[in-house]
Ligand binder design. Structure first.
Ligand code: ZN
Ligand code: ZN
Length: 358
């Protein structure tokens, strides 16, 4: 699965005028080397070869998993220390958004004087933003699991159950159906509580006559999904129906904008305009969406501040506008989609009609 990635990274390293790159972070190491353990560090050279560092707990895992492009070293003590001492000479990139100030200082102390440490942000993340078909399959499987779960949950009664109990039973059922874990802490938020976009499930029961937002995702074979549906429990108010309809129109406008060559900012603007024109602009305070893959939030971003960076085929992004009326209600609708040359490919397919449940 990881064949060719170290070589491709090597070319990016050369393009950045570096001799080598220090790679950290579980998702980066899994992507690059196939390693699924928690303690690891890699040094990748511009020729695509590299060295992989871990400790004795992962010795057999490294032997099984790590790509042949790497020589593996089992380290006693700090991985960074072992790597720094072996850096040799040349320009070595490190990600200054991941490396703490103290680790940067330690590297400088231990590396030879002939090593020049250069801040180099996000080379692996840039590769990860463009998924291959195998990755899309895994994300699609994680998304399909959420469709299934919504079907299962919404077939039963919701009123009187607490947000917390609903979240727990969703996460339990998710695991029974093949997820290794939720891909993030599930959000179940009813009534006015749903006006907090990142609401924590409470012990409070779902009240009839309210909207309830479910934002959940599954982790399947290392890949995440992310999907939100808002449903009505009992007959919703006219205002609730109106807000729901605006969010749905914004979500469809956002999806329509998803195409190669469109900037994250422009995609965001397409959905945001619908909400602004309906008079709810100030109640949509977050960005339209984010990339999803080995991590639940990764590149690219779709928001007012994401700049001119353009979407490319193979990006997997969420489209998730919302309207949050403080003290009253919240609505968010979120789909996961693949950017394709011939239009977005939806990975989540659960209905977006406003369901009115018991
Ligand atoms: Zn979500
Ligand atoms: Zn999301």
């Amino acid at each position: 699965m990881s064949g060719g990635r170290p070589e491709r990274l090597g070319r990016l390293i050369a393009d950045a005028q570096l001799d080598a790159l220090i790679v950290e972070g579980a998702a980066n190491l899994r992507y690059l080397a196939g390693y699924t353990g928690s303690n690891g560090l890699a040094l990748v050279r511009a020729d695509g070869g590299g060295r992989f560092y871990t400790d004795f707990r992962y010795a057999s895992q490294v032997a099984e998993e790590v790509d042949d492009a790497f020589e593996c070293e089992i380290v006693t003590g700090e991985l960074l220390d072992a790597m720094a001492g072996a850096l040799g000479a040349g320009r070595v990139g490190f990600d200054d958004t991941r490396t703490t100030v103290s680790r940067r200082a330690r590297l400088g102390e231990l590396a030879a004087a002939s090593v020049e440490l250069v801040a180099a942000v996000g080379l692996v993340e840039r590769m990860r933003a463009v998924k291959d078909e195998r990755e899309v399959e895994l994300i699609a499987a994680a998304a399909a699991l959420i469709d299934e779960l919504f079907g299962w949950l919404f077939g039963g009664r919701l009123s009187g159950r607490t947000e917390r109990e609903l979240a727990i039973s969703l996460e339990h059922e998710m695991r029974l159906r093949g997820a290794s874990a939720p891909s993030f802490a599930s959000i179940v938020a009813g009534g006015a509580h749903a006006a907090l976009p990142h609401a924590q499930p409470r012990e409070a029961p779902i009240e009839p006559g309210t909207l309830v937002t479910f934002d959940i995702g599954a982790l399947v074979d290392g890949y995440c999904s992310d999907c939100t549906r808002t449903v009505a429990v009992g007959e919703p108010s006219g205002r609730a129906r109106e807000v729901y309809e605006v969010v749905l129109r914004a979500q469809l406008a956002g999806l329509e904008a998803i195409a190669p060559g469109v900037s994250g900012r422009d995609a965001d603007a397409q959905a945001r305009t619908v909400i602004e024109q309906a008079g709810y602009g100030e109640f949509f305070g977050h960005g339209l969406g984010h990339g999803v893959g080995l991590e639940i939030h990764e590149a690219p971003r779709l928001s007012r501040i994401s700049g001119e960076q353009e979407l490319v085929a193979g990006n997997v992004v969420t489209v998730e506008p919302g309207i949050y009326l403080p003290g009253e209600l919240g609505v968010r609708i979120e789909d996961l989609t693949v950017v394709r040359a011939d239009g977005p490919q939806l990975l989540s397919s659960f209905t977006k009609e406003l369901l009115v449940l018991d």
